[in-house]
Design a protein around this ligand. Structure first.
Ligand SMILES: [Zn+2]
Length: 202
């Protein structure tokens, strides 16, 4: 299951999750001496160039989580008040691929973004006003609010924190990375009970 397409979780120096990086990006961070410490399991051993002095070949060991000297911009994402960008893939995963009206689970291509208060009624295109809906329910609801259509939301839409957003953007998440992320989710986060992800969107 572990191959070179697995991503490494990059955190700032305080351990706040920042983003997913490829193993090439992680190697680069090591050579730039940006990696302060590593945790999680050993994922790869990457061979580098030969040293002119010793004739030995350098080896970089990459763990599943690396803490790096972060930019100020990156650390700002950990602050409250930060709103991650809204996109359908992250939205569908937030709602666990369930239509929040009929409660059935669908693949991405059958899901859509529903505006709880429709745009035509001055509803906003923001995390707190959007839910995952199957196309059938979305068509039925049309330009109405749920109560006008006799529909009831199965969960309350919420804006993810940056740590939750990192989880939502992960393509393949290892168990130790998931555990690490979970520790940074808000205590009441509905994402706490989620399992590690292995290409669910594929
Ligand atoms: Zn539905």
């Amino acid at each position: 299951m572990l191959d070179l397409s697995n991503r490494i979780l990059r955190t700032d120096i305080a351990g706040m999750p920042l983003e997913w990086v490829t193993y090439q990006e992680a190697v680069r961070l090591y050579y730039l001496e940006q990696v302060v410490y590593a945790c999680g399991r050993l994922m790869y051993r990457v061979r580098g160039g030969y040293s002119a002095a010793t004739g030995r070949r350098s080896v970089v060991e990459l763990n599943s989580i690396i803490a790096t000297e972060g930019s100020i911009q990156a650390s700002l994402k950990g602050r409250s008040g930060y709103t991650p960008p809204l996109d359908n893939k992250a939205l569908f995963r937030r709602d666990d691929y369930l239509c929040l009206y009929c409660g059935d689970r669908f693949r991405n291509s059958l899901l859509s973004r529903d505006h709880v208060t429709p745009i035509s009624r001055n509803g906003e295109d923001t995390w707190n006003n959007v839910v995952t809906a199957c196309k059938r329910c979305n068509n039925f609801k049309a330009g109405r609010k749920p109560e006008e259509a006799g529909m009831q939301l199965l969960a309350v839409p919420f804006t993810p924190t940056h740590a939750e957003y990192v989880y939502l953007k992960g393509r393949r998440i290892l168990a130790d990375q998931m555990e690490f992320l979970r520790a940074h989710f808000p205590r009441t986060s509905p994402l706490r009970s989620r399992q590690p992800v292995d290409d669910m969107d594929a």
